[in-house]
Ligand binder design. Sequence first.
Ligand SMILES: NC(=O)c1ccc[n+]([C@@H]2O[C@H](COP(=O)([O-])OP(=O)(O)OC[C@H]3O[C@@H](n4cnc5c(N)ncnc54)[C@H](O)[C@@H]3O)[C@@H](O)[C@H]2O)c1
Length: 309
Amino acid sequence: MKVLVTGGAGFIGSNLVDRLLAEGHQVVVVDNLSTGKRENLNPAARFYEMDIQDPQLAEVFARERPEVVNHHAAQMDVRRAVEDPVFDARVNVLGLINVLENCVRNQVRKVIFISSGGAVYGEPERLPADENHPIRPITPYGITKYTGEKYCYFYRVVHQLDYTVLRYGNVYGPRQDPHGEAGVVAIFLGTLARGETPTVFRYPDGEMERDYVFVGDVVEANLAALTRGSGAELNIGTGRGTSVSELLAAVQRTMGTDIEPRYGAARPGEIRQTYLSIERAERLLGWRPKTNLEQGLWETAEWFRQRAA
Ligand SMILES: NC(=O)c1ccc[n+]([C@@H]2O[C@H](COP(=O)([O-])OP(=O)(O)OC[C@H]3O[C@@H](n4cnc5c(N)ncnc54)[C@H](O)[C@@H]3O)[C@@H](O)[C@H]2O)c1
């Protein structure tokens, strides 16, 4: 089928584009290269360098007529969202509405919208957080992601545009950037490769814990969502929490290093402990993650090594 991937030059989007092409799908990419990279672009996909808010997006849709739109483009820097919530809302809400309006005008069958399981629940009151957990985002980014979900619901009810929402945990893997939500994996890999001392940020009463999910598994969930998970919000994670120290120990094993970390105080206002229940995705997508942390870190480290060489 023909799939238009917004954000297809980014970390996760570009991994998805490669896999869609390998499966024989036709792929169109819309990306403004704000954080995405030209080198991530698969030459077999048709590329439009464009902002998702651009009125000219209408021409791309009219020319390409995709069957499915996979929406990965976003302002996803949580700190920037706090400093400039207007910019965050422009990209994540107005940009999305522009995409959805074009979907309706061009009879797109389905949109796959990428949300964040690490952001929409706030500090979870029960773990693992399932999709029925109260929604209490504590950042503008979490608010705009959840708003995006509600727009998808509206377009389905009123315009019969089908959707699946995928709420990711902390995605890591090849092409990841140290600045993203799961940036700590890239930061540790870089720090240890240079032989420098890593820093573990923690709260007085304990460490942060996150659900680290490998990008290859996330891509498989997107493939399943082409035909399944209609009208559903689905967590995409591993169901397991990993503390920063556990993560660092795993990265050290991968790198063959044993450097004593220094400890620093975690910034207030960040979520302390979160991991996601993935039962609903297992049931509705027939999906489950296949890559454990050791394997995923090994593949990620391999990619960083090759790029450095
Ligand atoms: N990385 C994670 O752990 C994680 C977790 C939860 C959700 N997500 C979501 O997954 C998606 C992809 O994230 P990523 O980690 O690959 O980040 P990324 O920054 O690598 O990818 C985002 C892509 O969108 C593009 N983009 C940004 N604003 C745009 C705009 N206005 N118009 C067109 N293109 C634009 C960027 O150039 C980039 O290629 C985002 O929606 C993000 O919110 C990521």
